[in-house]
Design a protein around this ligand. Structure first.
Ligand SMILES: [Zn+2]
Length: 419
């Protein structure tokens, strides 16, 4: 018999951190707490302008900050390239851009870039150039909450992008992601306020900067940058590292439940909700989160008698006042290769709104399906972040973790991700 447990801790009203009690019965020694390693060094270029609109022929000051600082020359370009403005000087961390003559208000992207060891790193900011005969107009604006730093992506994964949009002088039209070569990768209708979208295509391979653009009905836009590495091989290498760190036993083999014939890609995982049927909609939301980002299917149902193997039981423990929101106990008794977990919802789970309640269940499903560890290295948007409150609107499963789940359940139990 083997059991392990993980849980979701919430911040109290007094900002105390409550521990999850740890060390339960038969806690195995197999999943070690993570030791986050610093991410591989990367270079970021951030561009700021001293104004976000100018009249034609006027100048704007453009500043590029490169972090960490490098010796390489900072070059500048504009997009679209025509009509052409003028950078002076042509290169450097601070330059002026004299805007071209335009026929009507027009948006431009001002891009700073450096080349280090054959790789190009760029940052950009957008500006509206006004025709002199026009009244001033305000472009729409956009801010990005996630991702907040360079992120690895690859085929078969989704990159969640979270942020907010404000309308300028004109009605909003579209939200777009534009590749480093100018290709439109994907677009959505734009509404004022918070947005959450999932990018499915990543375009050109390699390290690059995607542009997230909000565009209005007159074609004016604002942009922000999303630095990514689009590399299937690197994504898989990092996913294997993830599994080694979070889902492997001492011998290097994976700890997971569900074999290839009966696992979550072969048939749905049964989720029994006998004592929590009144919150079925929240459980459906939590399951839908994992289905969307990992392809795992669920069958939400009730049972009489004892639960079958390959199942998750969600149980009402809201009469139990523990200093944690919820807890997952998983293990195996006779068959080591089937999903087998009990998720207990405790009293303080009731204190939260529906979004947070569903998020807590989604977090516990992660303990059931992927890892008993709490994971902090991907930041607070990650669904396995141990502290709340959070909501499904803002929670993500990064592409590398999506890839990890696919790898985990498409290999036999005890598979060694890094031999
Ligand atoms: Zn947890």
């Amino acid at each position: 018999m083997l059991k392990s447990r993980g849980c979701l801790i919430m911040l109290s009203l007094f900002s105390l951190l409550w521990g999850c009690g740890g060390g339960g019965l038969n806690l195995p020694n197999v999943v070690n707490p993570p030791n986050p390693q610093p991410p591989s060094p990367t270079i970021s270029v951030r561009v700021t302008l001293n104004m976000n609109q100018v009249y034609e022929g006027e100048e704007v000051t453009c500043t590029a900050e490169v972090s960490p600082s490098v010796q390489q020359v900072i070059n500048w370009k504009q997009e679209p390239s025509s009509p052409s403005g003028t950078f002076s000087p042509m290169s450097g961390s601070v330059v002026r851009w004299r805007s071209p003559m335009v026929e009507r208000a027009t948006s431009f992207s001002l891009i700073a870039y450096i080349v280090v060891q054959g790789k190009t790193y760029e940052g950009e900011a957008s500006i509206v150039v006004l025709d002199k005969s026009e009244p001033p107009v305000t472009p729409p604006s956009i801010s990005l909450n996630y991702p907040s730093s360079e992120i690895i992506v690859g085929s078969g994964t989704l990159l969640t992008i979270i942020g907010s949009i404000s309308q300028g002088s004109n009605a909003l039209s579209r939200l777009q992601v534009i590749d480093s070569n100018g290709d439109l990768l994907q677009e959505w209708p734009a509404q004022p306020g918070a947005f959450r979208v999932d990018l499915e295509r990543f375009g050109v391979t390699g390290r690059k900067t995607l542009r997230l653009r909000v565009i209005d009905s007159a074609g004016l836009y604002s942009e922000t940058s999303i630095p990514v590495i689009n590399d299937d091989a690197e994504l898989e290498a990092q996913a294997r590292q993830f599994l080694k760190k979070y889902s492997c036993a001492g011998d290097g083999g994976t700890i997971r439940f569900g074999n290839l014939q009966t696992g979550p890609y072969a048939r749905p995982v049964r989720v029994y909700i006998n004592t929590v049927q009144q919150v079925k909609d929240l459980i459906e939301k939590a399951c839908a989160f994992w289905s969307r980002y990992t392809g795992i299917q669920f069958e939400i149902t009730t049972f009489t008698g004892s639960a079958e193997f390959s199942s998750i039981v969600i149980a009402d423990y809201t009469n139990v006042d523990k200093p944690i929101v919820a807890e997952t106990i998983r293990g195996y008794i006779t068959d080591p290769h089937e999903i087998d977990a009990v998720i207990k919802l405790y009293k303080i789970w009731l204190d939260y709104d529906d979004e947070v309640k569903a998020c807590a269940i989604a977090h516990e499903l992660g303990h059931s399906l992927l890892t008993m560890s709490e994971i902090t290295e991907f930041g607070p948007h990650m669904i396995m972040w141990p502290y709340g409150p959070a909501t499904l609107k803002e929670e993500v499963l990064p592409p590398v973790v999506q890839k990890s789940v696919y790898l985990l359940y498409s290999h036999a139990p005890d598979w060694i991700p890094i031999p």
